[in-house]
Design a protein around this ligand. Structure first.
Ligand SMILES: *Cc1c(COP(=O)(O)O)cnc(C)c1O
Length: 234
């Protein structure tokens, strides 16, 4: 049975994506919707699969790993889910995340890249798509790669053929103008493409700001509560 409330929130977000994409001279098909299902049970994922959605985002391995397994076992939708890891990833969880996730949006530091390379070397058949997460704050103690270090960092990603560099990712800070943040992400993306033209994608935009992110070029929107409703557990 179709979850009606979920369906109407989904349709509403899709039409807002469509309007924002059109405003920036693109089409809705240029924006991939990743539905962030964190803090929601596997049932929500089953409901979304029934609604034709197959890209899901999670931010904690301890929650995502069993959920991905449960979905793999119980999925009768005919669609294959693609799992996107969007949160800060501890190095000791890399091995586990590689087992279910196809895309990592939060490659944010050298130690994580080193661990990815180490684990991928053990599994030559595995591939992972990655976005480099930017630090937009200028505060070096915060997570993410400083825009000034982006190209040097990207060169090290490109050394590993098992990693497919997709582009850059950013989270707009609270209490600052999202336009300024998304402009800096767009500038970093432009810079990255001078080194890696195929790394042209931008992961940006959440429930509160995805339309602005899309107007500034986001190609991958990570949207949770606007579609899922309030998260079911903290
Ligand atoms: C939770 C989360 C989102 C989705 O947030 P909403 O505000 O619920 O849309 C997107 N990106 C990341 C990195 C997140 O952790």
């Amino acid at each position: 049975m179709v979850n009606q409330e979920l369906q109407s929130r989904l349709i509403e977000v899709q039409s807002r994506i469509d309007v924002a994409a059109t405003k920036s001279g693109r089409s809705k098909d240029d924006v991939e919707l990743i539905i962030v299902t964190k803090n929601n049970p596997a049932q929500l994922v089953f409901d979304l699969l029934e609604l034709g959605q197959s890209n899901f985002g999670e931010n904690r391995n301890q929650e995502a790993e069993p959920k991905a397994l449960e979905v793999a076992k119980g999925n009768t939708s005919g669609l294959t889910p693609t799992w996107h890891f969007v949160g800060q990833l501890q190095s000791n969880k890399v091995r586990s995340v590689l087992e279910y996730a196809a895309v990592l949006h939060s490659l944010d530091r050298l130690s994580l890249l080193t661990e990815l390379k180490k684990q991928l070397a053990k599994e030559p058949g595995l591939r992972l798509s990655v976005f480099i997460e930017l630090n937009l704050t200028g505060d070096a103690n915060r997570g993410g790669v400083q825009p000034a270090n982006l190209l040097a960092f990207a060169e090290q990603v490109l050394e590993t053929p098992q990693l497919e560099l997709m582009g850059v990712m950013g989270v707009a800070g609270l209490g600052v103008s999202p336009e300024g943040e998304f402009q800096r992400i767009a500038d970093a993306s432009h810079n990255l493409r001078s080194l890696a033209p195929e790394a042209k994608y931008i992961s940006a935009g959440m429930s509160g700001d995805f339309e602005i992110a899309i107007e500034f070029g986001a190609t991958h929107a990570r949207i949770g509560t606007a579609i899922t409703g309030p998260r079911q557990y903290p």
